[in-house]
Design a protein around this ligand. Sequence first.
Ligand code: ZN
Length: 444
Amino acid sequence: MAKLIITGGDIVTMNPGREEIVGGHIVVEDGLITALGPGQGVPDPEAVVIDAAGCVVTPGLINAHQHFTGDPLVACCIPDTITSNEAIFEWAVPIHEHHTADDDEVAATLTALQCLRTGTTTAVEAGTVAHPERVAAGMTAAGIRATLGRWGWDVPDVPYGAPADEVLALQRSLVAGWPAGGRVEGWVTLVGHALASDELLAGAAELSRELGVNLTMHMSPTPDDSAEYRERSGKSAIEHLASLDVLGPNVLIAHAVHLDDAELDLLLEHDVSIAYCPWAYLRLGQGVSISGRHIEFVERGGRLALGADAANAGDHRDLLLTAAVTAGLARDIGYDQFGSANALAHATIEGARAVGMTDRVGSLEVGKAADLVVFDASGLDWGARGDLTMQLVWGNIGSTVRDVIVDGELVIRDRASTKVDEAELIAESRDRKASLLRRAGIDR
Ligand SMILES: [Zn+2]
């Protein structure tokens, strides 16, 4: 892999001192950052030089909850005037049921590129994937760093449902196929909610610990999950998981919007992390502004990452918009000290801590993977330029991403993929959308 030197940009490092370097340089060799500092650095005629004058350079953003299949081909199709249960069971489930393996790959490629184009370099797959090998192919084609999750649930009459032992065997083989540390790595992934038996919940946790990988699942975006668990065992959702010994530092729960005091205590006690997708909760009307306790969770030491969720919930993949909503909601409910610096941290280094990847990503530091984003800050969107952190979060500048590097590979150059023909991908996505809706029996 060629040596890269990114030079002339203003670098937002997100290192422990939160240093910003005006007009600095970053050297990338064999996928790693090997030098970083002010000025031009040592010239090397062999290196590929990326002129970042007039640009702002940040670590790649981390999206800790992203659906790569189903929704991407029907983005912004599910009405926003129905309940979230209607959206899931009348739209999302039939669409997933009719998703072919080819659909999976095209949807994953499209999603990965949309993430990259707005500065996300690491994404956690949300676990509604029927053909993981094709999703991995799409992720790899685009060049994103991602976790891969196979669909895991064992309730009756659902697409790709299976008995717990079969689900667990498939999860084991997925992790074997995409081992930890690769650009695409397998995680044990359940759909979650109340859509798993105790055998599957406990077995998945045990499997994830045995394999040394993370476990992720959806839980409590609405009060419904706890209501169902209370009927099942008399316990709330998180208490139920605790009683099965599911909770631990390798568990990433998506959402956790509706928690009681005991549940919040349990998540903190077991060092469980949360993927917070506020844009989706607003779109779906799930009550985050009234019930969400994510900032309290952070203030008490909890690990919080941000997510964009599905293409009919967080209809964009722009993590900086998610960061803005995070800061806005926090401030609106009285957390005056929570500003853009906190939100940007949750989109980068704190996000890395929540997904267990601080050794590799989340900040620009020597020895870390070269996952970074170059924003063209010379145009109208950035204007006269203010405080960099405030402008990154509040300024709606996701569309100014010019170049993106993942693992030292230049995957977006001058606002276009270096690896995928974008026009062809869009044309294919449109064709597939029409036939997918037809097969799912949805007349639009
Ligand atoms: Zn989700």
